[in-house]
Design a protein around this ligand. Structure first.
Ligand SMILES: Cc1ncc(COP(=O)(O)O)c(C=O)c1O
Length: 374
């Protein structure tokens, strides 16, 4: 069978236009290659957008998580409870603090950490809980915060999310965002920590860059990192922030097209989105149950590639990746996460795509479903 398309439909290409290009050019002409006025403006504007007291711009979402954990006091010998359905960086930074990630199973509905399972994992070594807002759906934060431990959120997917009327960014001790190329506010690379805690903001300010004093007399109050954000990237993020609502409308339309176009396909179901929350619509994830869909996720992914439709897998459970598996042998199974890891497939979604692009992706899934179910 001939593929539907003549060119590859990228999974999540960035929506970069002339305004971003002009902003970069202007920044280069200004002479600010490193952290400068645009990074400061991004912090100010993101603090207003997220309705939070402080936003600290850093080099990546990974750096945001690392510094936030250090800032709430995570250190050697501690444990941090987190979700296995995430990008490995979430768990890696726990290791970088000298602490141990304790993986908690997720809910079948939205693949976010299951708050009912967290209390049983708390020990005298537990220093923090690190929930992940998977795909843009906020984790159920209230029962986690009620445990009384510091909470650092992985909000890499949640730049526009809200939890029961409160914007992500001002709810827990710290919320960590990513400006990576695929994210809702994309600069290529970059990250942000949002917090209402003055002490957390100050600690991150001291750690993200070895602090300088006046003139030649510099000093440092801690062994800092090199985790600051360049103005060139901040300039891109500022334009993306201007376009956040326009892009959200496009992503909403793409979600609606998928919801409608894939409805009724046996064995193919989107993740549940909680109507009480604002979903950031970052990833359109379906679960493919081979019993109903006639073939497994990997067969669908290969079939879609043959149709020139790019897809991605979010996520393979982190505790099963070689390094974590070998480092922590004999871990308890996490059945919901493990099953999801074999079933999830993320479909093309981007403000750079047209409705017709998304309709092509839907047609390709339907074509495969018909073939696999025959
Ligand atoms: C859930 C999650 N956490 C953390 C990160 C790390 O962010 P960054 O790539 O900006 O370091 C990502 C992805 O990029 C992610 O998807």
């Amino acid at each position: 069978m001939r593929p539907l398309r003549s060119t590859l439909l990228g999974f999540q290409p960035p929506a970069i236009g002339e305004e971003e290009i002009a902003a970069v050019t202007e920044t280069l002409r200004s002479g600010w290659l490193t952290t400068g006025p645009r990074a400061a403006l991004l912090e100010e504007r993101m603090a207003a957008f997220l309705e939070t007291d402080h936003v600290l711009a850093v080099a990546s979402g990974t750096a945001a998580l690392h510094l936030a954990l250090l800032a709430v006091g995570v250190g050697p010998g501690d444990e941090v409870i987190t979700s296995p359905i995430t990008w490995p960086a979430t768990a890696n930074v726990i290791e970088h603090c000298g602490a141990t990630p304790v993986f908690c199973d997720v809910r079948d509905t939205d693949l976010n950490i299951d708050p009912a399972l967290v209390p049983a994992l708390v020990t005298e070594r537990t220093k923090a809980v690190l929930p992940v807002h998977f795909a843009g759906q906020v984790a159920d934060l209230d029962p986690i915060i009620a445990l009384g431990l510091p909470v650092v959120e992985d909000a890499a997917h949640a730049a526009e999310s809200a939890y029961r009327g409160r914007k992500v960014g001002g709810i827990s001790d710290a919320s960590c965002f990513s400006l990576y190329a695929t994210k809702n506010i994309a600069a290529g690379e970059g990250g942000l920590v949002a917090t209402n805690r003055d002490d957390v903001a100050e600690a991150i300010r001291n750690m993200r860059l070895t602090r300088r004093g006046d003139g030649s007399h510099y000093d440092q109050v801690t062994a800092g990192f090199k985790a600051n954000l360049s103005d060139v990237l901040a300039a891109i993020a500022l334009v993306q922030l201007d376009r956040v609502e326009e892009h959200a409308r496009i992503r909403q339309r793409q979600f609606d097209l998928y919801d409608e176009g894939l409805a009724g396909l046996a064995g193919i179901t989107p993740l549940v989105r909680d109507p009480r929350d604002v979903h950031a619509l970052h990833l359109y994830v379906v679960r493919i149950d081979a019993d109903g869909a006639g073939a497994d996720r990997d067969a669908y992914q290969r079939g879609l590639a043959d149709e020139l439709i790019g897809t991605s897998i979010h996520f393979l459970p982190v505790h099963g990746l070689t390094w974590f598996r070998e480092r922590y042998p004999g871990q308890e199974p996490l059945p919901v996460a493990e099953r999801a890891g074999a079933e999830v497939l993320s479909l093309p979604l981007s403000p750079a795509h047209s409705d017709d692009d998304i309709l092509d992706a839907i047609d390709a899934v339907r074509r495969l479903h018909e073939r696999f179910s025959a």
